[in-house]
Design a binder for this molecule. Structure first.
Ligand code: C2E
Ligand code: MG
Ligand code: MG
Ligand code: MG
Length: 282
C-alpha cells in the first residue's frame, strides 16, 4: 500500500516524534503569530482595601484566545513564551495595553486605580526595561504613580543588575511589588535593599487561613515584618468571607481574589468602577 503512494506519500511528522513534541511545536508556531493576529487580551482583577473594601487597583492578567485551541491559560503559554524569548515582545504589549486602558478609565472619569503588570525575568535581561517603561508612560500619558510592576522573587535574586534597573524604574515614579511572596527563593536581603512598596502574599498561604494555623502564623509573621520595613501587604487568592475576616484581624492592607471578583474583561471592569448614580434632591 505504501509502495502504491510512492514518493508522493509523506507524513506530517516523523513517526518517532512523540505526540507531546508535536503539540509543543504547533503551540510554539501559534504563539509566534499570536501578537500580530491580535489573539491576546487582558483581563483585570480588582484589588481592594481590606478595611474599607474600596477598589484601589487592578491586576492585568493576559489571556490567549486561540481560534482553534480556545482560551489557553497563561500558566501554559507564559513559560513557553519565556523559553522562546517571545515574552519580551508580549510583555511590552501587556504594559502598553494596561497603561493605555488605565488612562482611558481615568479619562472616562472613573475612580483612580493603580494598574499592576506582571514582569518576566527575561524582560530585565533582554530589554531596556527602563526605556520601555518610560516610553509607555509617555505614550499612554498615564501617571507613573498609577503603574505597579510585579516582579517575582526569582527576578530579585537575579543578581546586582536588577537592583539598578529597579531603582531607575522607581525613579520614574512607578511602584514595585513582589509577587507570589513566600514561594520562591525568599531572601531577606532584597526586602532590605530593593525599592519594593508591596508584598503580595501567595495564595497558598491565604487558603483556609481561618482554619489553617500554620498559614495564619506565616501570614501574621509576614505582616509584622512588612510593618517594620514600611512595606504594604496584599493577600492573593481570597475566596472566602472567613479568610477576609482573619486578614482584617491580622492587619493585612489589601486583597484580591474570587471572593470579590475573578479577573474580568475591560467592559465589565468599567461597569464595576462606574459609581451608581447618586440620588439628588431637586
Ligand atoms: P499571578 O501574577 O500570581 O496572578 C494571580 C493568578 O491567580 C491569576 O491567574 C488569577 O486569575 C489567579 N487568582 C486570582 N484570585 C484567585 C482566587 O481567589 N483563587 C484562585 N484559585 N486563583 C485566583 P492567571 O490569570 O491564570 O495567571 C497565572 C500567572 O500567569 C500569573 O500569576 C502570572 O505569574 C502569569 N501571568 C499572567 N499574566 C501575565 C503577563 O501579562 N505577563 C507575565 N510575565 N506573566 C503573566
Ligand atoms: Mg501577579
Ligand atoms: Mg501571584
Ligand atoms: Mg505569578
Amino acid at each position: 500500500d505504501a509502495k502504491r503512494h510512492g514518493k508522493n506519500c509523506y507524513r506530517l511528522y516523523a513517526p518517532d516524534m512523540n505526540q507531546r513534541a508535536v503539540e509543543r511545536l504547533s503551540m510554539q508556531n501559534n504563539l509566534r503569530l499570536a501578537l500580530e493576529r491580535k489573539e491576546f487580551v487582558l483581563h483585570y482583577q480588582p484589588q481592594l482595601d481590606v478595611h474599607t473594601n474600596h477598589i484601589i487597583g487592578m491586576e492585568a492578567l493576559i489571556r490567549w484566545q486561540h481560534p482553534a485551541l480556545g482560551m489557553v491559560s497563561p500558566a501554559q503559554f507564559i513559560p513557553l513564551a519565556e523559553e522562546m524569548g517571545l515574552i519580551v515582545a508580549i510583555g511590552e504589549w501587556v504594559l502598553e495595553t494596561a497603561c493605555t486602558q488605565n488612562r482611558q478609565w481615568q479619562e472616562q472619569g472613573l475612580p483612580e486605580v493603580s494598574m499592576g503588570v506582571n514582569l518576566s525575568a527575561l524582560q530585565f535581561k533582554n530589554s531596556n526595561l527602563h526605556e520601555i517603561v518610560k516610553n509607555v508612560l509617555d505614550q499612554s500619558r498615564l501617571d507613573a504613580g498609577l503603574l505597579d510592576l510585579e516582579i517575582t522573587e526569582q527576578i530579585a535574586m537575579d543578581g546586582e543588575s536588577s537592583i539598578e534597573i529597579l531603582q531607575s524604574i522607581k525613579e520614574l515614579g512607578v511602584s514595585i511589588s513582589i509577587d507570589d511572596f513566600g514561594t520562591g527563593y525568599s531572601s531577606f536581603k532584597y526586602l532590605k535593599e530593593f525599592p519594593i512598596k508591596t508584598i503580595k502574599i501567595d495564595r497558598s498561604f491565604i487558603k483556609n487561613i481561618h482554619q489553617n494555623e500554620k498559614n495564619r502564623g506565616i501570614v501574621t509573621a509576614i505582616i509584622a515584618m512588612a510593618y517594620t520595613l514600611g512595606l504594604q501587604v496584599l493577600a492573593e487568592g481570597v475566596e472566602l468571607a472567613e479568610e477576609l475576616d482573619i486578614l482584617k484581624e491580622v492587619g493585612c492592607d489589601f486583597y484580591q481574589g474570587y471572593y470579590f471578583s475573578k479577573p474580568l474583561p475591560c467592559e465589565e471592569i468599567q461597569r464595576l468602577l462606574n459609581p451608581p448614580c447618586e440620588s439628588t434632591n431637586f
